[in-house]
Structure formats: C-alpha cells, structure tokens
Design a protein. Structure first.
Length: 148
C-alpha cells in the first residue's frame, strides 16, 4: 500500500486524493471521472458514489492517462474541453492500447453540436452526453457498462 500511495502522490496534488486512489486500487475501480473543473469532477464522482459506484477522479488529460493505467477502470467519464490535453486526445491515446479497448468511454461535455459528436466518435468515445446531462442519463450510461 505504501508504494501505491507514493505512486499516487506523484500524480495527485493532495494526500487525500492519493489515499483515495490507493484505496481504489485495492478495490475494483469501476469509473474514472476526468474534468479539469475540480468542482465538476468531484460533484460527478460524488453522485456516482451515492449510487454505490467505485470512482476515482483525475483533473486533466495526462493525469487521466496515468490514473487509467494504474487502475484500469470499466468506464471513463471524460470532459472534452480540457487545456493541454483535451478529452479527444486522451480517448485516442487510450484506444491505442489493447488494455483499454473494452473500457467504455463517455464524453461529458458542453459541446453538443454534430461536429463535436463526430469528433468524439472518431476519437473512440462510445457515448456523448452534453452538459448539463441529466442524472438519469449519466447513471444509466455508467451502470449499463459495469460488470455484474
């Protein structure tokens, strides 16, 4: 567990986040939530947790790739409009790796136009939800992809 926490601290800005990741790595992580808006990411994660889903959070593209590599989630809920490395770049990078071929990628973004939807599809997303997505749509998107 100590090595897990040290590794987690390398990618997270707080001890609390590192402990959360370390605990998640000992459990089956079902969902990775990624958003550069910390409040949005944390609120989305908390809603999923209230529905009994194991969640870990990342706050940017590179952190998402590292966290996904560490925990191999079943579902990744990913914002598209992030600085430095956007959600489509993250999705494309994940899809290049065999281990992520079966992971469900859900775009959760403010962009809902047809061009944005096509961009997420080409990048490898399985589903495109537009913010503010309904709670029912988010829960259904996640739960429909979780192993029993």
């Amino acid at each position: 567990m100590t090595s897990v926490l040290i590794t987690a601290l390398l990618f997270h800005s707080s001890v609390a986040q590192a402990i959360e990741l370390g605990e998640a790595m000992n459990a089956t992580v079902r969902v990775l939530v990624v958003d550069d808006n910390i409040d949005t990411a944390d609120m989305t994660a908390e809603v999923l947790r209230m529905h009994g889903i194991s969640v870990v959070v990342a706050y940017g593209g590179q952190e998402a790739l590292e966290t996904a590599r560490l925990v191999i989630p079943s579902v990744i809920v990913l914002d598209v409009g992030m600085p430095v490395m956007n959600g489509c770049e993250v999705a494309a990078a994940l899809r290049k790796k065999e281990v992520f071929q079966q992971v469900k990628l859900v775009a959760l973004t403010a962009w809902g136009d047809s061009e944005s939807r096509e961009r997420t599809r080409v990048a490898g997303f399985d589903l495109h939800l537009t913010k503010p997505a309904s709670l029912a749509a988010l829960i259904q998107a996640v739960q429909s992809s979780l192993p029993s």
